[in-house]
Design a protein around this ligand. Sequence first.
Ligand SMILES: O=C(O)CC1=CCC(=O)O1
Length: 270
Amino acid sequence: MNHSVFQLNTRRGEFRVAVEGDPAAPAFILSNSLGTTLEMWDPQVAALSKRHRLIRYDTRGHGGSPVTSGPYDFGDLGQDVLAVLDALQVEQAAFCGISMGGHTGLWLGIHAGPRFSAIAICNSAAKIGSEQAWRERAAMVRAKGADGMRALAESAPSRWFTEACVQAQPAMVRRMQDGLSGLNPEGYASCCDALAASDLRNDLERIAVPTLLLAGEFDPVCTVADAQAMQADIAGSRLAVVPASHISNLEAPQAFDKAVLDFLAGAAAA
Ligand SMILES: O=C(O)CC1=CCC(=O)O1
């Protein structure tokens, strides 16, 4: 059992969180991708908690966080982050999110910039996928329940990892698939609703927080071109490309950690 994981009572419900590192160090909060939990960040904990109070949480609809009935929107998912920070009495934090988590970071950069010292938007986009595809996925999961989650888990490796990674790290890939297939279908579908409805492309220029756009060279979901398009619209933002597909923190953890830590060091020095 990991004793750093606990249920945190917030004004928006009880969230499953993990807090590691020096309590007096600057706070750094991590936001998971669709179909995963805070454990997706396990390989990052040692490196990212060296100089930070590292806060991880399960996004609404996932793991041990509230599974309220949907649809959710990114206002909900962003307000949840602020509620977690408030409950932990954190006034300002650095933020890092992958894919759906990165999109939450964009929402926070637009709507709650002063609460963040820096945001790392990884394997994400201002518009992820098509509205129709997310609506279809949500409907399928709501119709098929646990069978629908199992079907999504079977097809997940090709969305998440390169074939070379699937071959090289079968246990890690299986663990991620098992995690996805065990999630609550309504919570997952409600996050698909949020992705269907959100398009932040016209709001990016409102972001004034130091921003890193981290892309996976081989990511078929949120491409390097998506990151470049965001970089063009976010003043002063930086781009980093790591040799990985979509879940780049698991496929290329060392390159991922270095890109994020270099960015945070630069943002703190600026
Ligand atoms: O479809 C997937 O599983 C990949 C993905 C899209 C948004 C997200 O967070 O993950």
